[in-house]
Design a protein around this ligand. Structure first.
Ligand SMILES: O=P(O)(O)OC[C@@H](O)[C@@H](O)c1c[nH]c2ccccc12
Length: 257
């Protein structure tokens, strides 16, 4: 499944590149207001940071919510106290788009993450041109030289990479490229199995100064509490927010869990 998602994302990017060549995209990316410093925005604070996700559907959960107006949802997230907003831009299984990202960017002041299966520079330029401050890099799908190259490219554009691991080995590979924001995803993207204990197992291995992000498997405040007790600086939440009826209130509740 992870391979299919990657192949699909790259195919879609290739199609867009026929309309908008790299050189032109680069100009658009460099014209943007500089990216917001996401490391600062997510560093340890009195309350846990919530990264709130705009997600319509997923391959493991199917359709979650229609979300006709992503900007309105993101505004509610920000009102509830979200420290950053993650926008799924993958089109085939998550039903997202770069238009969603642009709409969210225009609506909020907090850092915005492009959640996509990223394997090449063009997609990172697209993220910056759409106003993203952060992009996702999934260790499982990238060889080490590519991971290193894409992370550097991200930083050259002034953005931050959220580097995602779901095994101890991937966690180490993220540290080997000097991850500054390192996520442990409870969901194994190859099998869709949930391992909410994995973050706690790896938490003590974060070096000082690396932002600790726990991803997925939060449905209730006690799940946020458990991640926080294990040491999380930030928790990434999708499903619980898009399926609940008051996202701003849910975020407030999660932050105070
Ligand atoms: O909906 P959840 O279980 O709260 O999960 C959010 C987020 O962690 C999840 O969407 C995610 C984490 N890493 C990813 C990589 C690709 C796509 C999606 C994801």
């Amino acid at each position: 499944m992870l391979d299919d998602l990657f192949a699909g994302s790259l195919e879609d990017a290739a199609r867009r590149r026929e309309q908008l060549p790299t050189a032109q995209l680069e100009t658009l990316a460099l014209e943007q207001t500089p990216a917001i410093d996401a490391v600062a925005a997510l560093s340890r604070a009195e309350l846990v940071h919530i990264i709130a996700e705009v997600k319509r559907a997923s391959p493991s959960r199917g359709l979650l919510a229609n979300i006709p107006d992503p900007a309105e949802l993101a505004t509610a997230y920000a009102r509830g106290g979200a420290s950053a907003i993650s926008v799924l831009t993958e089109e085939r299984k998550f039903l997202g788009s770069l238009d969603d990202l642009r709409a969210v960017r225009a609506a909020v002041d907090v850092p915005v993450l492009r959640k996509e299966f990223i394997g090449e520079e063009y997609q990172i330029l697209e993220a910056r041109a759409a106003g993203a401050d952060l992009i996702l890099l999934i260790v499982a799908s990238l060889d080490q030289p590519t991971l290193d190259r894409l992370k550097r490219f991200t930083e050259e554009l002034g953005m931050t990479a959220l580097i995602e691991a779901h095994t101890r080995d991937e966690f180490q590979r993220a540290l080997d490229v000097d991850a500054r924001v390192l996520g442990v995803n409870a969901r194994d993207l190859k099998t869709f199995e949930m391992h909410p204990e994995l973050f706690g197992e790896l938490a003590s291995e974060y070096p000082e100064g690396v932002v600790k992000v726990a991803e997925s498997a939060v449905l209730r405040p006690e799940h946020v509490r458990a991640y926080r007790d294990a040491g999380a600086d930030a928790v990434l939440v999708g499903e619980a927010l898009v399926t609940g009826d008051d996202p701003a209130a849910s975020i407030q509740e999660f932050r105070n869990a």
